[in-house]
Design a protein around this ligand. Structure first.
Ligand code: HEC
Length: 100
């Protein structure tokens, strides 16, 4: 009796696991494309939230990547953001920066 119970539990467990794996694999495949644009959206939101306190948001296309590095170095302490947030904001700004 015990054995049957264990087998039953095991098969439920195995089924649950394989089921999960399958669905998460197909999900992550289709989500991969969205992931980078979702991340970019998060970076854009972070930029908007961190950098609009003292002045209007500056269009990313107003400066080149290089100029943005300079501005971020100057503004990061003002905005009191972490290095990671600064890097994320740079990621967004550089992706939409003025062509050099
Ligand atoms: C505590 C206030 C404050 C915060 C927060 C702030 N800034 Fe500024 N920002 C200023 C001030 C003051 C200036 C005026 C120019 C200067 O300091 O040279 C400025 C100017 C700028 C300029 C130049 C605009 C132009 O057209 O010449 C850019 C670009 C800029 N900030 C980007 C940012 C970014 C990106 C962030 C977020 C990380 C940010 N700022 C957050 C105060 C702030």
């Amino acid at each position: 009796m015990k054995k049957i119970l264990i087998i039953a539990l095991l098969s439920i467990f195995v089924y649950a696991c394989s089921h999960k794996t399958k669905s998460s694999v197909s999900k992550s495949e289709s989500a991969t494309e969205n992931a980078s644009s979702m991340t970019m959206q998060a970076h854009a939101d972070l930029y908007a939230a961190s950098c609009v306190k003292c002045h209007k948001l500056v269009e990313p296309s107003k400066f080149t990547k290089e100029e943005w590095v300079g501005w971020l170095d100057k503004m990061a302490p003002k905005a009191k953001i972490t290095d990671e947030q600064k890097a994320n904001i740079y990621e967004y700004l550089s992706a939409h920066a003025k062509a050099e």
